[in-house]
Each structure stands twice: as structure tokens, then as C-alpha cells.
Design a binder for this molecule. Sequence first.
Ligand SMILES: [Zn+2]
Length: 455
Amino acid sequence: MKAFDRENSAWARFSQEERLDMEEYSKKYRQFLDTARTERLANKEIIRQAQAAGFKPLGEYTSLAAGDKVYWDQKGKSVILAVIGTDPIEQGLKIVGSHIDCPRLDLKAMPVVEKNKIVYFKTHYYGGLKKYQWVCLPLSLVGVVYTADGRKIDVSIGENPADPVFYINDILPHLGKDQAEKKLGEAIEGEMLMPLVGSYSEEEKTKPAILNILKNKYGIEEEDFASAELEIIPAVKSRDVGLDRSMIMSHGHDDRVCSYGNLAAILTAAPGAKTQAALFADKEEIGSVGNTGVHSSYFPDFVSELLALQGQTEELYLRRTMRNSEVLSADVCAALDPVFDSCYEPDNSAKLGYGICLCKYTGARGKSGSNDANAEFLSKIRQIFNQHDVPWQTGELGKVDQGGGGTIAYIMADWGCDVVDCGVAMLSMHAPLEIVAKADAYSGYLAYKAFFESK
Ligand SMILES: [Zn+2]
């Protein structure tokens, strides 16, 4: 196969057998999408699959040998899986770093409000989303609540077809004159993103009736929302798209399409000389902050713990390991959308269905905030993909000065690792429901596996 080809799609380049493998992979990916609906549920599903494949918590090891499979659970919202290599760890890791958080609406600490006998949830949006896209959709409420005595309640309302859903209103077109004159980004404001929660009550007010339901049916008191993480996401599961079923629509492709590829790759890659590490981070969408985001110390802490199990406890070994490590920053990039072609530079945009995308730099206004990968490392990755028939392409996030974005690449590069952005190109990124091509999702898996297995 011609691994780099701007004329023929990856699907056209796949053999009949590879196309069947791609379909099989897509089925499993859709199951992952429909199960791993939030970062907490993704964390749980990744650990479940890892345990089934023989991974054990790092704390259970007193020494490490080649082939050992280790995992680290960072507060239930981020995970690291590692397969120990035959080389000493200080010679560097092969890291694929993806993220499992997605743009969504989070409930506020005091979310239940009433206006004219209609009860709503107040939300604060999470990540870079277009607010107008979140109205008039069926919505689910998923997450955790801790009660006054510290009991954990898992909440999932709207995910089961028999459940009620939530819904955010928009103004009818007949009365939308003022709204239609506003800029698109101002037509729906953040504080308007209030899902409907209830409208009936025998009493003067509706809110007490809703609080009663929350208490009797779910065991939740109003004050409990202060110790909760509850997310509003589309109550829509993944679907095949197109008469040829070549694409998948789902909430959260960014970045579960790379996260699932990362997971499938580390579970199936042959153990190598280098230790392989799959990182599934939280908080990427809001700047990788907090103690489950990549700016936190947990990844180097994990590496320090691995080194300690090989008898190397000084910090120098950690620094050496990170400096010797190679990273694929596995996050999505924008595929050229012919409907909005004026936003892209066609010769340097990724194309839907043309394979995994190597993105030398991201950033905005003159590459600012970007990792800007080294040519030497790009050369190495290119050779791996070409040798292993991984369909790949290059990409850039839109035309110069149209906008921009970032990933975890620059944070990993702060440690001195070699890093390049390498993810799936997609359409409608950060919309409630996003689109990827099956051929690209599958190419991502092939790319991460070939990288893990490389020297
Ligand atoms: Zn992302």
C-alpha cells in the first residue's frame, strides 16, 4: 500500500481484508463511544478492558520485568497504561497521549432554579463550544453526586431509551427578529443554556416537587449538588452515517477516537524494547489544568514510580527518561470541510478518509503556543508509518490567522520528549455530535500500534 497518498482515500487503498478489519474495529469503537460517555465512564471502561488483558495496578508490583502490564488510575478521571519493555526504563518510553474529556455543559453548584413555575438546571459550559448548537436537542445527565455523609451516587438519566431526557429551548422563528439580528456567537448566551427539568406541581411552586423527585427517586438533596460532577451531554448514541456507512456520528469523537485507538493499540501491540505508555488524560479541553490534567505531576510521578521499581530513585533518572521519550500527541485535527472551504488552506488541510494526520504544529497567530515538532522526529515517524502501511497525511488547523488551537503536545515537550501531534481528522469538531471517517479511526489504531512496536 502507498501509505502517503493525496489522490486515493485510505478506504480505496485498504485490501478487502483490511476493510473487514476496519468494520470490525468500527463496531468496537462504537461500543466504546456508547459506554465511555464521560471521562469517568471512559476511565472505568479503559481500566475494565485493561484488567481483562492482564494489567494490574502499579501498587501491586514490588519489581518490574519486561512484559509486565501496569496501570495507574488518576482519581477516576485519567488513566495511564504501560507495558514494560526489555530496555531499562531510563532509555525512554514510547508514549501515546490522548484525552477523555469532551466539551459539554456542567451543572452549577446550585443548579435547580424556577421561573414562572418551570424548573431548569443552571449550567456552565465546559470547553470551546458553540452555544447555539446545544439548543433543541435531547440531553442526558451523567455523573456523580456525593451526599452529606459522603455516599457516592452514580447518576445516569437520559441514557436509557425509557428515561426522560432534558432539553434547552430556543425562541420560535416567529418571535426571533431580535435574535436573528445578533451575531451567531451571541444569539444564545451561556446563561441561557438551561435544560428543562419540570413543569408540574400541585403546589404554588414547582421546584419543591422537583426536589422531592430528586430526593425520593435518586436520594439527592439540593445541597448535595455542591459536591457533585454532573454533565449534560446529548442523549444520542453513535450512528453510522451515509449510504455507504463510511462515517460515524457521535458525541465525543474528540478525543475518544484517538483514545480508543490508543487503548486498542496498547492492548494488541507486541511488547517491545522500549516501555510503552498509553495516557488517557482529563481536562485537555480547558487547558490541561487540575490534578487530572497533563499540567499536573501525575505522569512524571508515574514514571518515577516505574523507575523506583527498577531501583532508580534519583530525579536525574526521571529527567533522563523523559528526555529520551517519544510522544505521539493523539488528538483530533480538523478535516477540510468543502462547505466551509474558505476557512481552510486546501493544499495543507487534512482530508476526511485519507488516514491519520501528522500535524507538525498547531497554535495560533504565527504558531504561538504550538509544539512545532522537529524534522528529525517527523522523519522517524514517517518512516514507521511508511514501513507499516499506515495510511497517513499531513494537516494544519485551518488557514493562517483563521483561528487555531492546541493539544497536550507542548506540555509533554516541556520535559524534553520528542513530540508530534498525530490524530484523526474530523468534521464538526466540538459540536454536540461530531463526524469521523471509519478509515481514519482505523488508521489511528494502526498508527499508534506501529509506533508502540517501533524501535
Ligand atoms: Zn481534543
